[in-house]
Design a protein around this ligand. Structure first.
Ligand SMILES: *Cc1c(COP(=O)(O)O)cnc(C)c1O
Length: 231
């Protein structure tokens, strides 16, 4: 639903209770958000997404600011064998070299698409933290330097959602996110299928909801593709 957690507030609660705060920074990456500055203790990334950025490698990483914790985590990774192959490590490092330009462009296009979605009669709601009407716009402004390239939106009914998924041509109907190709997913069937239906719908993740990861294609082409898929 593209809600944004206030990291400083979450860190205060964690630390008051003698716990560590772990922040998943996959969507924004260190380019747009640095959770250590707001009190996080561990940052995790699915490097499969924006860091790699090309939908061609699976990787993850943990970032800590304390040597003892780093040593403990390194020991677990080494002894359980969850280490990256040299070639995948190369792909992630190569991806990171263009992270800044990709994030800027993906964010710019995402804002254009979000604003366009708001004007469509088939769209009930568009969720993007960079829209001033987003409930967490102010929290985002405070703790991030950008809003990223992920959007979700609700269409008038489930049939419309399915028609869009079946009709998009440039945008691919596939899971994952953060790569150069725009991908659209159906959370109720894919990413969130393991959540009981009643809980899912209570949170707005119903069969009208679609999630879009905006890639590097021309914004005009992406909007035209969505437009023709709306029928
Ligand atoms: C994809 C994703 C993960 C899991 O990462 P994998 O690389 O697929 O194992 C974790 N957190 C977020 C926010 C993700 O998008």
């Amino acid at each position: 639903m593209m809600r944004v957690t206030d990291i400083a507030a979450a860190a205060a609660i964690a630390h008051k209770n003698n716990a560590l705060l772990i922040v998943d920074n996959t969507f924004l990456t260190p380019y747009f958000q640095r959770p250590f500055e707001y009190g996080a203790d561990i940052i995790l990334h699915s490097a499969t997404k924006y860091l790699g950025g090309h939908n061609d490698a699976l990787a993850g990483l943990l970032v800590v600011k304390n040597d003892d914790l780093a040593e403990k985590l390194r020991f677990i990774a080494k002894t359980t064998g969850g280490c990256l192959s040299p070639f995948d490590a190369f792909l992630i490092i190569r991806g990171i070299k263009t992270l800044a330009v990709r994030m800027e462009r993906q964010q710019e296009t995402a804002l254009k698409i979000a604003r366009w979605l708001l004007k469509q009669s088939a769209v009930k709601k568009a969720y993007y933290p960079g829209l001033t009407e987003h409930p967490d716009y102010e929290v985002s402004r405070r703790q991030t330097s950008g809003f990223g390239g992920m959007i979700s939106f609700s269409v008038r009914d489930g049939r419309t959602a399915v028609r869009i998924l079946e009709s998009v041509k440039i945008i691919k109907y596939a899971e994952s996110l953060g790569g150069v190709e725009s991908l659209i997913t159906y959370p109720s069937l894919q990413t969130h299928a393991d959540i009981p239906e009643s809980e899912r719908t209570a949170r707005g993740i119903d069969d009208c909801l679609l999630r879009l990861s905006v890639g590097l294609e021309s914004p005009d082409d992406l909007i035209a593709d969505l437009e023709q898929s709306f029928g």
